[in-house]
Ligand binder design. Structure first.
Ligand SMILES: [Zn+2]
Length: 209
């Protein structure tokens, strides 16, 4: 008797393949033709002892930016790390390094979006010279260098500021993680910055890719 084992789909092994798959999923989401892949009970069971996510999505925590929904993916597909304003700290870097070095995930996406509340808070703190209290200050302080860069370039528009912050976040990941830098140099991984339009549901690549 032949026992069929329902293994997870073959992992996508190149950054280019992974990016194409993500973009295809977002196209389906925008068009209203989602196929909800990898969300059935059989796939869930097959994944119980192994995972091969093909992309890390490091995005803003904003409730409208749910990775598996906007990229039309399911269980085991995306390794998701989220903080308000996609701000980077040691745990974020460690989480990304885990995916890249242990799970061999070939793509890291930094996902920002228009009308970002965290970037707005950082901009307002700068303009009013009034930092927020509590740990929210850590978020604002982490975004502050992007706001300073924007102001130096006379960029006042919030969404252009977000774009600049996405680009800076990509640079930070590359420069602060030796593990990631090595994977990029070896061609095993790439880092892409994406900007998400809340209303249209569309992502566009702003850097990398
Ligand atoms: Zn946000």
């Amino acid at each position: 008797m032949v026992v069929m084992i329902d293994l997870p789909a073959n992992p996508l092994t190149t950054p280019r393949e992974a990016l194409a798959e993500l973009c295809a999923g977002n196209d389906r989401f925008v068009a209203g033709t989602r196929i909800h892949p990898n969300q059935d009970a059989e796939h869930r069971a097959a994944l119980a002892s192994v995972q091969n996510p093909f992309a890390v999505v490091f995005g803003c925590s904003d409730s409208r930016l749910a990775a598996e929904i906007i990229f039309d993916r399911g269980l085991g597909d995306l390794f998701v790390v989220r903080t308000a304003g996609h701000t980077i700290g040691p745990e974020v870097l460690g989480s990304v390094e885990y995916a890249v070095s242990i799970l061999h995930t070939p793509l890291v996406v930094v996902l920002g979006h228009n009308s970002c509340g965290a970037v707005t808070a950082a901009r307002d703190a700068y303009l009013n010279d009034e930092p927020p209290s509590g740990y929210l200050r850590a978020v604002v302080d982490a975004i502050a260098p992007s706001v300073h860069l924007a102001m130096a370039d006379h960029v006042a528009d919030l969404d252009r500021m977000v774009t600049l912050h996405i680009e800076r976040t990509v640079d930070q990941l590359r420069s602060e993680s030796d593990t990631l830098a090595r994977a990029i140099a070896d061609g095993r991984c790439s880092v892409v910055g994406m900007f998400y339009e809340l209303s249209a549901g569309r992502v566009r690549i702003v850097t990398g890719g």
